[in-house]
Each structure stands twice: as structure tokens, then as C-alpha cells.
Ligand binder design. Structure first.
Ligand SMILES: Nc1ncnc2c1ncn2[C@@H]1O[C@H](COP(=O)(O)OP(=O)(O)O)[C@@H](O)[C@H]1O
Ligand SMILES: [Mg+2]
Length: 351
């Protein structure tokens, strides 16, 4: 079979824009590529000259080459092989079909198509499933935990106030702090399970609300010599749930403070009027930033890089912003800092 024939055979099956065709043979016990064509080759960062006449290890990192080599071997032994791979941020699905003459493989024809979109969708569905499991769990146990926790906290406080032995006081403080933490997690759980049940829209002086949040977080920032600088347009009003909005900005400011070293850096908060019915809040920190790998997981429940993190903060923010028909955009560079922008409609028809 010559290259021209192969082209004609496969052209009708492979969307050239989103796929590629390749062929290889086994020469002196190694697989050598004899042909490759299709736009996806360039998209994944390669070009035909880099591949034709070459073995896998000549253009792929060692571990990739080893993995693909095993698939190639299977195909060479006469099997049709399917595998998924990822290169240059593109996910692809490849099929290897051996061409056999009188029971002997003479070459293998491979086809690959871009499945990045499908993969993203699959990931989204998985995340939604994970969320609904979290939701069920939350609804089931959060209440059960809250009641006994309230008694525990109440009695621990009484004990703390009446205990004579000074040495016990730090232990009681730790107990009370840990109980606060459990309470926080339980509350976030309950909110994530049923955010709509809790929502209460009110006309709100949004500028004041932001000032209040900053004021609330200032002591924590001061402890790390971080200054929160704000440029907040006065008297902006917004139809929103006040408590939920406070939760959003306290969460975001908390993350910004946690990301910033104790080095006197600034955190900037801005409130701008974007259009007749749109406001934007921007929070900029010069903290540790977020790596690309972490970036894709930010809104996953329980994803946290902090020892004491719950990994529910950003997800809760997103839920609240979604309920307010707003958007949340994050830009970040590792080692340089993070910018979070929340856009919100001033008035919206709530469902
Ligand atoms: N401003 C920020 N700078 C750097 N990393 C951040 C920032 N905000 C969030 N992150 C990353 O996102 C993760 C999830 O945040 P979040 O949902 O608030 O959970 P938690 O704060 O409990 O870890 C954090 O652990 C952190 O790695
Ligand atoms: Mg957080």
C-alpha cells in the first residue's frame, strides 16, 4: 500500500481539521514512522519532519515513548488498539490498525482525533456528580452534627470560665477553636447542598457592604503586615443576599491574605460601575499565585493546598455568584499573584 492510497482511504473517515493519520513499520526491532498528515499534528506542537523517519523516543519524552511503544507492539502483533493520549494540552483518541499480508504485519496505520472538548465535558459531568454526592451527604449529616456540636461548645465554654487550673486553659482554647472549625465546615456543607433555600434578595448599599468586609478582614491582614487598599465607588446599590455576598468577599479576601507573605504587600480591592446594570469587584493580590495544574481544580470540592483548608471556599463563592447571575473570573501567575474579578448585575429577575 503506498502513501497516496492511504490518503484516499482515510480522508473520508478522518476530519483533517481535528485529526491526523500516521503510519509506522518495524525496522530492526524498533518502530519507525513512515507517514503523518493532518492539522492536529501542528496543534499538538509537532510537524511531519519531526516524526517521519523517526522512532518514538526521538520526539517524545522517555515515559511517553515507552507507553506508546507498548501499544505499537500490540498492534504489530495483529491487534486493533485504541488509546487516549494528551500532548500540548490536546487530548486525542488514537486507533492503531495493523495491515497484514499473509498473516504477517507489514505496517500499522494509526488515526487520531481531537477529543479535548469531550474530555472537558466529561470532567464537568464528573464534577457535577461529585457535587451531588457532596450535597446528599451534607443534607444527611450536617444537621446531625450541628446540634451535638452546639452543646459541646456551650459546655466547653462553661468549663473554660470556671476551671481553676491555668494549665488546662490552652487545651480548652484549642477545643473551642476546633469546634468552630467543625461548625464552619458543616455550615459550608449545608450551604453547598441547598444554596437556594437560604437566599434572600434585598436592595443593598453594596459599597458599604464591601467596606464592611474589608474592615472585618483588616485585623487578620495586619497580623501579616499586609495592607488592604481599596478604591470603592460610593453608594452603589445592588439587589443581593447580604450575608451571602459578605461570605463571598470574606472568603476571597481570606484566600488573598493566606496567599500573601508577611512582607507588607498590598491587596487591592476595587468596585467599579461597568454599565447600567453591571458592577465589578476586583481583588488583586501579589501572593504565591496558582500553578496551571492547580488552576483547573480550583472549584472542585475539598481541593485545598492548605493544611487547614476546607477546599470549599471558592466553590461556595461560585455557587453564590451563580445564584446572583454573576460571573467569577480568575487570572493567576505562579509566584506573581492572583486577580479575581466578580461581575454582578445590579438588578435581576430572580427565579
Ligand atoms: N488568591 C489566591 N492565591 C493563590 N491561591 C489561591 C487563591 N485563592 C485560592 N487559591 C487556591 O485555591 C485553593 C482552594 O481555595 P478555597 O476553595 O478557598 O479553599 P481553602 O482556602 O480552604 O484551601 C486554595 O487551597 C489555594 O491553593
Ligand atoms: Mg479559602
Amino acid at each position: 500500500m503506498n502513501d497516496q492510497k492511504c490518503k484516499v482511504d482515510y480522508e473520508q473517515f478522518i476530519p483533517r481539521e481535528t485529526g491526523f493519520i500516521f503510519k509506522f513499520e518495524k525496522k530492526d526491532d524498533t518502530f519507525v514512522h513512515t507517514f503523518i498528515e493532518g492539522k492536529l499534528v501542528e496543534k499538538i506542537g509537532f510537524f511531519p519532519e519531526l516524526i517521519v523517519g523517526k522512532t518514538l523516543s526521538e520526539f517524545l519524552p522517555a515515559e511517553h515513548a515507552l507507553l506508546k511503544g507498548a501499544f505499537y507492539e500490540k498492534a504489530w502483533n495483529g491487534e486493533h488498539v485504541n488509546y487516549e493520549g494528551s500532548l500540548g494540552g490536546i487530548h486525542y483518541l488514537a486507533v492503531l490498525s495493523p495491515v497484514r499480508e499473509q498473516g504477517v504485519t507489514v505496517e500499522v496505520i494509526g488515526t487520531a482525533i481531537d477529543i479535548t472538548k469531550e474530555k472537558d465535558r466529561e470532567k464537568h459531568v464528573q464534577q457535577m456528580e461529585k457535587l451531588s454526592v457532596v450535597g446528599e451527604l451534607a443534607a444527611g449529616i450536617a444537621h446531625e452534627i450541628r446540634n451535638p456540636l452546639t452543646s459541646l461548645k456551650g459546655f466547653a465554654k462553661i468549663v473554660k470560665e470556671s476551671v481553676a487550673d491555668q494549665k488546662l486553659e490552652p487545651y480548652l482554647d484549642i477545643m473551642l477553636n476546633e469546634m468552630d472549625r467543625i461548625n464552619e465546615i458543616v455550615n459550608e456543607f449545608m450551604f453547598i447542598a441547598k444554596p437556594k433555600e437560604h437566599v434572600k434578595f434585598q436592595d443593598t448599599n453594596f459599597s458599604q457592604l464591601l467596606h464592611d468586609c474589608i474592615h472585618f478582614m483588616e485585623p487578620q491582614a495586619n497580623l501579616k503586615s499586609i495592607k488592604i487598599e481599596s478604591k470603592i465607588k460610593d453608594d452603589m446599590s445592588l439587589n443581593c443576599d447580604r450575608n451571602q455576598m459578605k461570605q463571598v468577599f470574606i472568603n476571597l479576601l481570606q484566600n488573598a491574605i493566606e496567599a500573601t507573605d508577611d512582607n507588607g504587600h498590598f491587596i487591592n480591592v476595587r468596585l467599579d460601575d461597568m454599565s447600567e446594570n453591571l458592577v465589578a469587584v476586583t481583588i488583586i493580590d501579589k501572593g504565591c499565585g496558582i500553578s496551571e495544574a492547580r488552576f483547573n481544580r480550583l472549584f472542585e470540592p475539598f481541593y485545598s493546598t492548605k493544611e487547614k483548608g476546607t477546599g470549599l471556599g471558592l466553590l461556595t463563592c461560585k455557587r453564590i455568584i451563580d445564584l446572583h447571575k454573576g460571573t467569577i473570573d480568575i487570572e493567576s501567575k505562579l509566584g506573581e499573584g492572583t486577580t479575581i474579578r466578580i461581575s454582578l448585575p445590579k438588578i435581576h429577575g430572580c427565579e
